[in-house]
Design a protein. Structure first.
Length: 441
């Protein structure tokens, strides 16, 4: 029986001239996240055309681009996801050091309350972290500082970081961290402390467009905006810290969809066209709330994302035109080797439950009732079973290896969370070829 193209091969529709002069078409293999620029005859074969000479067929089989008849590729992808969860050597903690945020973003689904962490919280969390790194089960531990706004709990971050890093070092376990922050409270002193002493390797900040759009979408509770401050702080940090990285997310909706070029030009002019700063856009997300009036419909979001990616590239900014690796574990919520610890000591499986009205009671435990060990069972730990049973239709999806099902929580609330990639992969392959110096034929 003849081999056939992998269901995860996606052949770009456009033929380009390669810088070396020959014609090529871009091909994505979603199972491996590899992109190839292949000759049109090979592209035709991978699009379902006639077999090639035996040596060419053998090379395509070796790369996984052709597979034997009857191979159940989705089953292999789902099995790899199960193994990735079971075999992980990394323990992950998502820590919310405060329930307060200094912004009032128009689309936020969280309810913020003032007040620090509860009595004994830090001691209990530090002990739980120490038990994890002492267990011998893990080679590395990663902490995501998350909010509300984590810098509103700066003293808690500093204190816990000191205890976490000391415990990891004593146990001989690698330690890394990142912080998701709105950036308004960042300054040079805090960045130095968090990066150099507390091992925050990258910050992820959200900028919702150029100054006026960002400041309207993400106003400070005390009034005013933060765009200029955040951009200045990142620029200064690039000069100061050679190995500190940044991610800049833009939540794209009706209000800012058209602002890609102005935004990209502004950031480039501010010195952020730097390989340590990666930009991406994301659709407005229903964080437990209704954002349908502000969000773009699926088709428009797919086109808009392409426009934003093209604008980043045009202005020399760094982005991911296509995913760099498969995603066998879709998110922290599907693995007991990760947990989300809220400021009140609640332990959750999913990041979008603490502080979200209607979901805050979904905690799986509290620090006070837990000792060491894996997180107690969470409601999305059955995600591989759900994929296998085709609860969502993901089993038949051509980008399943890259997407993993996007968001179990949204699926089970009745939303379809497919990322724009599902709808604009052809356009992204075109952008990839253009970025490699190819010209359309
Ligand atoms: S289930 Fe969805 S909201 Fe929860 S952590 Fe996973 S991706 Fe995030
Ligand atoms: S969430 Fe959507 S894009 Fe992702 S694997 Fe499922 S069907 Fe595909």
């Amino acid at each position: 029986m003849k081999a056939q193209p992998s269901r995860y091969v996606i052949v770009g529709p456009t033929t380009f001239r390669h810088p070396a002069g020959h014609p090529v078409r871009p091909v994505l293999h979603a199972a491996t996240a590899r992109v190839y620029l292949v000759d049109p005859v090979t592209a035709g074969r991978l699009a379902g055309g006639a077999p090639l000479p035996e040596d060419a067929e053998r090379a395509l089989r070796a790369a996984g681009l052709l597979v034997g008849p009857g191979v159940d590729e989705p089953a292999a992808v789902i099995a790899a996801g199960r193994r990735a969860v079971a075999d992980t050597r990394e323990r992950r903690f998502v820590v919310m050091p405060t329930s307060w945020c200094n912004m009032s973003c128009s689309y936020c689904g969280q309810a913020h309350v003032r007040g620090g962490t509860g009595p004994g919280h830090r001691d209990l969390l530090a002990a739980r972290f120490a038990a994890a790194v002492d267990s011998g089960r893990y080679d590395t531990a990663h902490v995501s500082w998350f909010g509300a706004e984590p810098l509103a709990g700066y003293a808690v971050v500093r204190d816990l970081s000191r205890r976490f890093t000391a415990a990891a070092d004593t146990a001989g376990v690698g330690y890394s961290a990142h912080m998701v922050t709105n950036g308004a409270l960042l300054d040079a002193r805090k960045i130095a402390a968090l990066h150099v002493e507390d091992r925050v390797g990258y910050f992820e900040v959200t900028l919702d467009g150029p100054a006026a759009a960002h400041d309207a979408s993400r106003p400070l509770k005390r009034g005013g905006g933060s765009f200029a401050h955040v951009v200045d702080v990142i620029g200064a940090a690039l000069a100061e810290h050679g190995d500190l990285r940044w991610r800049i997310r833009t939540n794209v909706g009706v209000a800012n969809a058209h602002l890609a070029d102005e935004f990209a030009a502004t950031l480039a002019a501010a010195g952020l066209a730097d390989p340590r700063v990666t930009l991406y856009s994301a659709p407005l997300h229903p964080w437990g709330n209704d954002v349908s009036a502000a969000a773009l419909d699926r088709a428009r979001m797919a086109d808009t994302e392409l426009a934003w990616l093209a604008a980043y590239a045009r202005h020399g900014l760094t982005t991911w035109l296509l995913p760099g690796s498969p995603k066998p574990v879709v998110c922290v919520a599907v693995t007991p080797h990760a947990e989300v610890v809220a400021a009140d000591g609640g332990v959750y499986s999913c990041t979008e439950q603490p502080l979200v009205p209607g979901f805050a009671d979904r905690r799986v435990a509290t620090l006070a009732t837990l000792g060491g060990g894996a997180r107690p069972a969470g409601e999305f730990d059955d995600w591989a079973d759900a994929l296998e049973a085709d609860e969502t239709g993901c089993r038949g999806c051509r980008i399943l290896p890259l997407c993993g099902g996007a968001c179990p929580k949204l699926w089970r609330e009745g939303h379809v969370p497919c990322p724009p990639l599902k709808h604009n992969v052809a356009g992204r392959l075109d952008l990839y070829a253009l970025s490699a110096g190819c010209t359309p034929l």
